[in-house]
Write a protein that binds this ligand. Structure first.
Ligand code: ADP
Length: 268
């Protein structure tokens, strides 16, 4: 079985010619949550754009179900949902309802189906009360949830989420975390970019660190057990370093326990 989505040794340079990605690889299968970690500017967004079919690499391959993704466009776009890092880049309709309905309208769905599906996804994200509001008047956290709703509504097979938990309060962040696990449980694929190691370890089956244009993938447990990563890399969250010292070998067990709690909360 080929990977659902895979970048194989891809190279990307922007105008200055200095490559951001230098042979980066990332592969995800059905039911998997893969976290892409790395400092700001390491190329996480660039790699997500490559996987979304929006930025063709100069070298390397991007495969969807084992076949070149770029030769499957534009049809394959329906299978991929990309959540932009900045929700303002994604929202352009007059109301939240129109925003969420937009993709279904372009797919030619009838208005009754659209109403039902918008209501269901608004309930899932807890944004029923703001459906008639203009997106530009919302807080960044609300915009993030609306942008996510506008993707979930067309049920893509692959979710590419760029920093999905930023701007969210703890309740909303837990709700989004729930949805990520729920999506994977349904056999979908999630790739999320984050610089938050705790979130990555908590949510993922596989964690990939992007540095100097290449990725290095491990299990989340290996990530947490790597003392060099935990202690030396300045971009790690300080509470994780503290938790690691306090919990020692129990940290992975604690994270696993909370993941189980999360899945129970979501009634998976
Ligand atoms: P990350 O998501 O890890 O923060 P990005 O993929 O956004 O990293 O950016 C990687 C590098 O590429 C950064 O140095 C950024 O300034 C540069 N970059 C990103 N987009 C562009 C662009 N459109 N034109 C020129 N440089 C860019």
């Amino acid at each position: 079985m080929p990977w659902v989505i895979e970048a194989r040794r891809v190279w990307v340079s922007y105008v200055d010619g200095n490559p951001v990605l230098r042979g980066a690889s990332l592969a995800a299968e059905r039911g998997e949550v893969v976290s892409l970690l790395g400092p700001t500017g390491s190329g996480k967004t660039t790699l997500l754009l490559v996987l979304a079919g929006l930025l063709r690499p100069e070298k390397g391959e991007v495969l969807l179900d084992g076949t070149d993704l770029y030769s499957q466009l534009p049809g394959a776009r329906r299978r991929i949902g990309l959540l932009f890092q900045n929700p303002d880049d994604q929202l352009f309709n007059p109301t939240v309802y129109d925003e969420i309905a937009y993709s279904l309208r372009t797919l030619g769905e009838n208005e009754d189906t659209i109403r039902e599906r918008v209501a269901a996804v608004a309930r899932l994200l807890g944004i029923e009360a703001i459906l008639e509001r203009p997106p530009y008047r919302l807080s960044m956290g609300q915009k993030r949830l609306v942008a996510l709703a506008s993707i979930l509504v067309y049920e893509p097979d692959i979710l590419l989420l760029d920093e999905p938990l930023t701007f969210l309060d703890p309740d909303a962040a837990r709700r989004v975390a729930c949805i990520v696990r729920l999506y994977a449980k349904k056999g979908k694929t999630v790739i999320l970019a984050t610089h938050n190691v705790e979130a990555a370890a908590w949510l993922s089956n596989k964690t990939c660190i992007l540095r100097n244009g290449v990725t290095h993938c491990t299990t989340p447990r290996e990530l947490l057990e790597d003392n060099e990563i935990i202690e030396r890399l300045g971009w790690l969250h300080p509470t994780l370093r503290l938790a690691k010292r306090l919990a020692r070998d129990n940290l992975w067990r604690l994270i696993e326990e909370d993941r189980t709690n999360l899945e129970e909360e979501c009634k998976l």
